[in-house]
Ligand binder design. Sequence first.
Ligand code: FE2
Length: 366
Amino acid sequence: MLFVLGFARALVNENVVREKTLTDVSAHRRVAVPTATRAPHAVLEVPRPLSRTSGAFAPDARSMGADPAPLDPGALTPEQVQKFQTDGFLVLEHFASPEEVASMLSRANALVEDFDTSKHPRSVFSTKDQKRTSDAYFLDSGNHVSFFFEEDAFAEDGALKQPKRLSINKMGHALHDLDPTFAAFSRSAKMKALTKSLGMTRPTPVQSMYIFKQPSIGGEVSAHQDSTFLHTSPKPTCTGVWVALEDCTTTNGCLWALPASHGEPVKKRMLVDREQGAGPETGSIRFEGEYPDWLGDDVVKKKFTPLETKAGTAVLLHGENVHYSAPNLSPVSRHAYSVHFIDQGVASWDDTNWLRRKEGFPFEPL
Ligand code: FE2
């Protein structure tokens, strides 16, 4: 999850009328999630491989010596919580059902089909260009389903080098509130059980992204900590749930995570200075702090773990965990969906975050 953009191509099109591609998106209407998806036991059928440790039971029952109660789907075992706390990340196989994976792939395809590139700013997502200080389209994307192109999607004359569906880097950042398919998954009972089992008292999704990692041109995401971009006070509470929608390998740009790197405070923060009363789309981006050159240090680089994951596998990421993904130079795409939570029960969203909601469109807890 990184947001620093290459804006040059966007500027070429700055006078183009911007069209929000979906009616519900342009109206900022939060979609209603069916009650059934919020009920504790009315979840889609999900296999129970989360309990990779056999005989997994709720900790309270275990400690009391009572008959252990099975965990709700999505809830972590005590052993899984411990491993997450030790490593700063956790791989959860089969977290999304094949039906959920198919549904999200299909929905993303439909969104891209409806996306009109001729009426849209060509905002590029890059983790390398940190020079630009503002981009209204990006800063407002927490209120929409916005589209960002791969850096290498365009020829010198500005035309796309390949079909639209193979040119987009990601969509974001309010899928979890504006799109029915992604809202249902992001706010499912098992997502609530997962975040609650981590101790979150008021888990609240604040940002969502559909990441395409396109064949041949899928951009690198350099090593970073998610709390750099999503911070809360008085303490960081950002936790990411990244879900593979296609098989991810070292060949097509899987995640790499640095075990136990979450033990220290976040190294760098992205801040946006806005005028009093200004809207989300305005402001200047700046950074405080610096990242070490994690990948430039051979000793550290060797400690990164490749997370090769099958479609449906989730990776739980602590906000201070250091992770990256390499470019996808293979002919195989690597789609993933990512949603980030904060705990509004113990912390508040910082006004200096890049992502700001419009009036009347607040973050809502699960
Ligand atoms: Fe990230």
